[in-house]
Write a protein that binds this ligand. Structure first.
Ligand code: IFM
Length: 454
């Protein structure tokens, strides 16, 4: 085993990941309804450059070309998401057959190429009609999500995908309903924590709908950022623990431990009475899964800081008295994120130690963001090299990691950062929609070929 070619078990899956709103475009085609992101993109100042997902990478019309790029990379799997507003334009009721057809065509082509689908059911594009009725703040949305999951399962199960219920519920609750940076742009305390709970409940209600045939593989994807105290002070240690609760444990503990962490009350008790929790919810949320999807990008170096809102009862759920500190002397990505592959190994080994019943893990996202059009993206190559080595170290330490998906196949709509931030292995010229593989594409292709896992 060399640094460049650390060992992976036979059958280890290599893939790339994307999501519907970030690449598809075609927002008005074949009966698709509006999502909260269509609405949010129209709010002045919400998205850099006033960008929208209206056209994005035009993947809806160019998916065959994109699948050829995937095949050229030599991956065995592709993770994409289904757009709920294509399937149920109002988020409820009869399915829109034309919306489902797109995914059937995509899956047919993937089958021809021998690429295994990992299908995410919710990657943040909530139908606007459901937001108008309260969005994830209300319990009904969890029920609607389970219905939608059942519809997609019945339509697409024949292609035998791996099912991922949610992508990063932290972002679709805290970033979206507390921090206000993502759609629908709310800044709330109780509402954001209710959203987090209802997302997890939606996951729990969806799992049995995805297991009607037997043999299905069902999981969830959480984003995790280990929280490191910025100094040796007890104040910073406490800040790191609050940060860890907000981003990580609020989600991992109910899913893998069947209970919310005890410090939820202490940290959030002033902004919510947790009345959105009901008997039986945790049994649903904590039901066994077939795999866990981990998205890892960076560690958070947390320092104790004054709360933005002095009145505890008026705080948002994001306001936990923590300041994120950039570590001195370290490598920083083009988006200002610390590049610390050790954090990925730490997350994997830590999870396995804390949850002995942890199912097999797939790293369902990991990637490097930057600005600009550089095709010789050596920063990304270096990031991928380090993080893939970190996965190999976790495997060597005994963690059952079965796959690695790079975010992302293509440059795409990076949410509030718009198109200026690029994560792709393949460059997209948004004027012409020309795709050009970057140095990282060629590096990863060679890395996969050298792994001997196919
Ligand atoms: O682009 C996002 C993706 O949608 C979810 N995970 C993080 C990526 C990079 O920010």
């Amino acid at each position: 085993m060399t640094e460049d070619h650390p060992a992976f078990p036979p059958g280890f899956v290599w893939g790339t990941a994307t999501s519907a709103y970030q690449i598809e475009g075609a927002v008005h085609e074949n009966g698709r309804g509006p999502s909260i992101w269509d609405t949010f993109c129209r709010v002045p100042g919400a998205v850099a450059g006033g960008d929208t997902g209206d056209v994005a990478c035009d993947h809806y019309h160019r998916f065959q070309e994109d699948l050829r790029l995937l095949a050229g990379l030599g991956v065995g799997a592709y993770r994409f998401s289904v757009a709920w507003p294509r399937v149920q334009p109002d988020g409820r009721g009869e399915p829109n057959a034309a919306g489902l057809d797109f995914y059937k065509r995509l899956l047919d082509s993937m089958r021809d190429l021998g690429i295994t689908p990992f299908v995410t059911l919710y990657h943040w594009d909530l139908p606007q009609a459901l937001e108008d009725r309260g969005g994830w703040r209300v319990r009904d949305t969890a029920e609607r999500f389970a219905d939608y999951a059942g519809i997609v399962h019945d339509a697409l199960a024949g292609w035998e995908p791996y099912w991922i219920t949610l992508n990063e519920p932290y972002c679709s609750s805290i970033t979206s309903y507390a921090e206000g940076r993502h759609a629908p742009g709310a800044k709330e305390g109780h509402g954001a924590l209710a959203a987090a709970h209802h997302l997890l409940l939606g996951h729990g209600l969806a799992v049995p709908r995805l297991r009607t045939r037997g043999g299905e593989r069902v999981g969830i994807t959480l984003n995790m950022s280990p929280a490191v105290p910025a100094s040796g002070s007890p104040q910073d240690a406490a800040a790191a623990r609050r940060q860890d609760l907000l981003v990580n444990r609020q989600f991992t503990e109910p899913v893998f431990g069947g209970a919310y962490p005890r410090d939820m009350e202490e940290t959030f008790g002033a902004i919510t009475d947790f009345s959105f929790r009901r008997d039986g919810d945790l049994e649903l949320i904590g039901a066994p899964l077939d795999f866990f999807g981990l998205n890892y990008y960076y560690r958070i170096h947390a320092a104790d800081a004054p709360y933005a809102e002095p009145d505890p009862a008026r705080r948002t759920a994001f306001d936990i008295g923590v300041r994120h500190v950039t570590p001195e002397g370290g490598v920083i990505s083009g988006l200002g994120w610390p590049v610390e592959p050790e954090g990925l190994r730490q997350t994997l080994t830590g999870l396995a130690a804390r949850h002995p019943g942890l199912p097999p893990v797939y790293v369902t996202e990991n990637g490097y963001g930057e600005h600009g059009d550089d095709l010789d993206d050596q920063g990304r190559v270096s990031y991928l090299r380090g993080h893939i080595a970190a996965v190999a170290e976790a495997v060597a330490a005994g963690v059952d990691v079965r796959g690695y998906f790079c975010w992302s196949l293509l440059d795409n709509f990076e949410w509030a950062r718009g198109y200026a931030a690029r994560f792709g292995l393949v460059h997209v010229d948004y004027e012409t929609q020309a795709r050009t593989p970057k140095a990282s594409y060629h590096w990863l292709r060679d890395r996969i070929a050298a792994s001997g896992t196919a």
